[in-house]
Design a protein. Structure first.
Length: 289
């Protein structure tokens, strides 16, 4: 009898363990929406209304080597007439009034480099539907640019704040600490080369923000909300079983622009050549699994 009872107990334990194993294998997947960034110097160069743009006479430009970028807002829009804010907002960065007016809180910003993941959220948090457009409010970009000084070519690091308003305590630019302790409007920039740091402010409204929906869904001046169209739409069914990756490909095609003093196509700040535009030049969202 004792042997029978022991055998019965062992069988129960074995069946329970198998039942648990089966439960594990039957657990539903929890797929994510993964947002990646890409910086493409060969992507078409657009103007504010999403049309191809050339470099104005008297100016010159170059494609920077962007190292990292930060966004403050990402929204999926079902159609061309979806007003800003009425779509599916999948990301909102931290903001603060520590510097006075409401501003992006740079100290809590998220960053990503080329082909790196900026955001991962459960697909279950995104409303099922078909989206034709994506809007991204950019906040900061950082990278290397070439410049000329006393006839010698150098490379320096540019940090440009393209968000509508940014509260900055301090930030590191290629190992150099820059103290601000206040708000800075769109177009604030800092430049480091050979340990020397300078900073400035681009003219109001000078930062290019491509929006092909200029007529149907305008954006506020100075907001830096870049708009891009999904080639075949982007559908979320709610029944996905694997991650969906959306790569936000930004055009950096001659996106750093300045006024020429010496008409040689080289940025020469020592001669008084002034930065006039640091805005990105287009957005193409691409979907993959």
């Amino acid at each position: 009898m004792k042997t029978l009872n022991l055998f019965t107990c062992l069988m129960c334990l074995l069946l329970f363990a198998c039942s648990e194993d089966n439960d594990d294998t039957q657990q539903p997947n929890n797929p994510n929406l993964v947002i990646k960034l890409k910086f493409d110097p060969n992507q078409e160069r657009l103007n504010n209304i999403g049309e191809p743009a050339t470099i104005p006479s008297g100016n010159a430009a170059q494609s920077p080597n962007v190292n990292r970028m930060s966004a403050n807002y990402i929204e999926l829009a079902p159609g061309a007439f979806t007003a800003l804010g009425d779509g599916e907002v999948i990301f909102s960065g931290d903001e603060t009034t520590a510097g006075g007016n409401n501003a992006i809180n740079f100290q809590n910003a998220q960053f990503a480099g080329d082909n790196e993941t900026f955001l991962t959220i459960p697909l279950s948090d995104v409303t099922a539907g078909t989206y034709e457009w994506v809007r991204v409010s950019l906040a900061y970009q950082e990278g290397e640019i070439d410049f000329l000084l006393n006839g010698t070519d150098y490379t320096g690091t540019l940090g440009s704040f393209v968000g509508y308003n940014t509260y900055i305590t301090s930030f590191d630019l290629n190992g150099e600490t820059i103290d601000v302790n206040g708000n800075r409007l769109q177009g604030f920039w800092a430049f480091e080369a050979e340990g020397f740091v300078t900073q400035g402010q681009a003219p109001e409204g000078a930062t290019t923000v491509p929006n092909p929906l200029f007529d149907s869904s305008p954006i506020p001046q100075g907001s830096c909300v870049v708009t891009g169209e999904f080639e075949n739409g982007f559908t979320i069914t709610g029944n996905e079983t694997q991650d969906i990756v959306v790569t936000l490909s930004f055009s950096i095609n001659n996106s750093f622009e300045w006024t020429e003093v010496n008409a040689d196509g080289k940025y020469e700040p020592s001669t008084g050549e002034q930065v006039v535009d640091m805005g990105l030049r287009g957005l193409i969202p691409m979907v993959s699994n």
